[in-house]
Design a binder for this molecule. Structure first.
Ligand SMILES: [Zn+2]
Length: 161
């Protein structure tokens, strides 16, 4: 396992649509392990494969005090409600901003064993799922800002994905 450097803006990989995983082989399992280690080493609550330079549809999420989640080819199948969150991203270092996210989401995808799973989430997990799936579509939270002057310098306690 290794900690991989996080890609930050203006790296073009962050604006690309990631490719679907066709076969879950040992390289995908190794990718997930590296992503988990990198996420924990950087203090992030989630990480998408493009953030470590791999343009594949794989995400990991590590909510404090909960078991890590790894999802392959995840998709949001349902969004409910709307709320304001303040969000930061490891790939946009030094800033955070207030954007709108769903109150709850339903996401489907494959677990690392290839089994289809569905997750119904709210609060931090819902935000993390939307944030990471956005990454797979080349979308950053700053794309949801009403304007760039809504960005603020990050505070140390701010959550980043
Ligand atoms: Zn991010």
């Amino acid at each position: 396992m290794s900690v991989i450097p996080i890609r930050a803006l203006p790296d073009p990989i962050l604006k690309q649509k990631a490719k679907r995983v066709r076969v879950i082989d040992s390289s995908i399992k190794k990718l997930i392990e590296n992503m988990r280690e990198t996420m924990h080493a950087t203090g992030g609550v989630g990480l998408a494969a493009p953030q470590i330079g791999v343009p594949l549809r794989v995400i990991v999420i590590g909510i404090p005090d909960e078991e890590d989640i790894a999802l392959i080819n995840p998709e949001v199948v349902r969004r409910k409600g709307e709320r304001l969150v303040s969000e930061g991203c490891l790939s946009v270092p030094g800033y955070f901003g207030e954007i709108k996210r769903a109150e709850s989401v339903t996401v489907k995808g494959l677990d690392p064993n290839g089994k289809e799973i569905r997750i119904k989430a709210n609060e931090l997990l819902a935000e993390a799922l939307e944030h990471e799936i956005d990454h797979l579509n080349g979308v950053l939270y700053i794309d949801h800002l009403e304007s760039m002057d809504k960005l603020r310098k990050i505070e140390p306690e701010e959550v980043q994905f």
